[in-house]
Design a protein around this ligand. Structure first.
Ligand code: NAP
Length: 285
């Protein structure tokens, strides 16, 4: 049995497989999800269920948060009725959600005010790497906190890196997701262009995947395009949120505005809960 008791809130597409890997590694995990039924899979894998966020924060040594966005993170880290509302001195809080650098810095201050410590640790990689424990963790914070978290990170990731102070991890995450959005948009536009010109989609995807521009992501998304089926691994609404955060960080490069507008239109089109590759479905319209 590993020594640090782990608390975890946010049992969505990413949180649940990550918790299962920690349980597999022998950690005790206490879990809490706003929609309580979604705790079931983690409980069946050996987690216990916390009464509320206050208990989760006070009962555990290291507490992870994996929720949608800035608003959800701020709500969860509330000192009134959230994770930080009890006695949390000496606890380490780790936000693995994707949020803005400013939100990360705000949460860091709240943790310090409660004599706890904080690491931001957004992850690169989707559901499959979360299941396989092969995520890439982009941390920002104090070295001592990072070293405390490292043995836990080893069960979630193939690589973790401490980039600097709180804010640097969030910035790196927004940057890598910009590249991901460019790739997915580029793949969708390319297949659309080819099929409009009479080329079969399967042939075009084969050419892409066997050539130098083929990548893990183009291969992963190929079945979705061919089957016109986009179950969310990484929901399009979350990518839209990440592009909005990047724009708020003054990303003004030539493709950033049309890319942002494309995901915004797809989200408004009702595709937010589909996988981000549903940008293809949006373009086809
Ligand atoms: P998801 O499946 O949509 O799950 C979102 C989680 O956030 C759920 O547990 C949800 O609780 C919780 N939540 C949302 N608003 C909340 C609030 N106001 N208070 C409390 N809980 C709240 O999302 P996901 O795909 O796991 O992604 C989680 C985070 O990881 C996001 O920041 C995303 O950008 C990032 N990320 C995702 C991927 C990916 O491929 N999916 C990859 C890397 C990073 P309920 O069940 O009650 O709704």
């Amino acid at each position: 049995m590993n020594r640090e008791r782990i608390g975890w809130t946010g049992l969505g597409n990413m949180g649940t497989p990550m918790v299962k890997n920690l349980l597999k590694a022998g950690y005790t995990v206490e879990a809490f999800n706003r929609t309580r039924e979604k705790e079931q899979e983690a409980i069946e894998a050996g987690a216990t269920s916390a009464a509320d966020l206050k208990t989760l924060g006070a009962n555990n040594d290291v507490v992870f948060v994996m929720v949608s966005d800035d608003e959800a993170s701020k709500e969860i880290f509330s000192t009134e009725n959230g994770l930080l509302s009890g006695d949390v001195s000496g606890r380490l809080f780790i936000n693995v959600s994707t949020v803005s650098p400013d939100t990360s810095k705000h949460i860091n201050e709240l943790c310090i005010s409660k004599k706890a410590t904080f690491l931001e640790a957004p992850v690169s990689g989707s559901v499959k790497p979360a299941q396989d424990g092969t995520l890439i963790i982009l941390a920002g914070g104090e070295k001592s906190d990072y070293e405390r978290a490292e043995p836990i990170f080893k069960n979630l990731s193939k690589m973790s890196v401490l980039l600097g102070a709180v804010g640097t991890g969030a910035s790196a995450k927004l940057a890598i997701n910009y590249f991901l959005a460019l790739t997915v948009q580029g793949l969708a536009e390319t297949v659309q262009f080819a099929t409009d010109s009479g080329v079969d989609a399967a042939d075009m995807l084969n050419i892409i995947n066997e050539g130098a521009v083929g990548s893990a992501i183009t291969k992963l998304k190929t079945p979705s395009i061919l089957n016109n089926d986009f179950p969310a691994a990484f929901a399009l609404k979350h990518m839209f949120k990440d592009l909005r955060l990047a724009k708020e960080q003054q990303l003004n490069s030539p493709l950033s505005t049309p890319l942002y507008e494309s995901f915004k239109a797809a989200n408004n089109d009702g595709l937010g809960n589909s996988d981000l590759m549903a940008i293809y479905k949006h373009l086809k319209k």
